[in-house]
Each structure stands twice: as C-alpha cells, then as structure tokens.
Design a protein. Structure first.
Length: 121
C-alpha cells in the first residue's frame, strides 16, 4: 500500500486522521499532544481576546509571575461572582478596577499626546 500523502485542504476526516496519525503514533507523543495542543490553542485565543476585546496587551507581558499564579484564581472568582458569591466584595473590586482603568487610560492618553507634540527628527 502506498504511504498516505498530505491531504492538503481535503475535508475527508479519514484522510486527515490517517495523515496526522502517521506523525503521531506513539503513546507518549499522543499524550503530550492531548495535553499541550489545547493549552497552546487556548493561550493563543486568550492573547487575541485581550488585544481585540480589551484593546490592551495581556497582563502576561506586565507581570509574568502574577499571570501564571493569579489568572486561574481571577477566572474562578469571576465565575463565583457571576453565581452571586459575595456581592459586596464584587462591587468593591469593580469600583477599584474602574478607578485603575481610568488612571491607565489617562496615562495612555497623556503618552499619546506627548508623542504627537514631540517634533519629528
């Protein structure tokens, strides 16, 4: 039997899985892909989401440690707040976050104004 060639943009699932399986047929390789491919795709989606939705770079670039340690806690707390957990805490955090975002926006606008006012060299 002739080896499976690259199916390219074929929409035949069988051909795609045979091709992919030919490169990923060992157990450890499959386990690594099972765990890390979704993590990599999720991480890429998070980065794009921050840039497109929030119009800000991800916190990963500002505080690597905090991003690794606290991102999961932040997401967990957001879910709990959505379910009604500690509404006073949520309200206080929302006020502090709003004030912080206002300060960051003012600093950003000041930087942009300074860049516009600076003479070109």
């Amino acid at each position: 039997m002739k080896p499976q060639q690259s199916p390219g943009l074929s929409f035949n699932l069988h051909d795609q899985l045979v091709f992919y399986g030919s490169y990923h047929s060992r157990g450890w390789n499959q386990a690594i892909h099972f765990v890390f491919v979704p993590l990599i795709m999720w991480s890429a989606a998070v980065q794009v989401g921050h840039i497109m939705v929030e119009k800000r770079r991800p916190a990963l670039l500002d505080s690597f440690f905090q991003s690794l340690v606290l991102a999961g806690l932040f997401a967990w707390m957001e879910g709990l707040f959505f379910l009604g957990y500690r509404p006073k805490l949520q309200a206080g955090l929302e006020l502090a976050i709003s004030a912080n975002l206002h300060t960051l926006q003012a600093e950003r606008e000041a930087l942009l104004q300074g860049a516009k006012a600076a003479p070109a060299k």
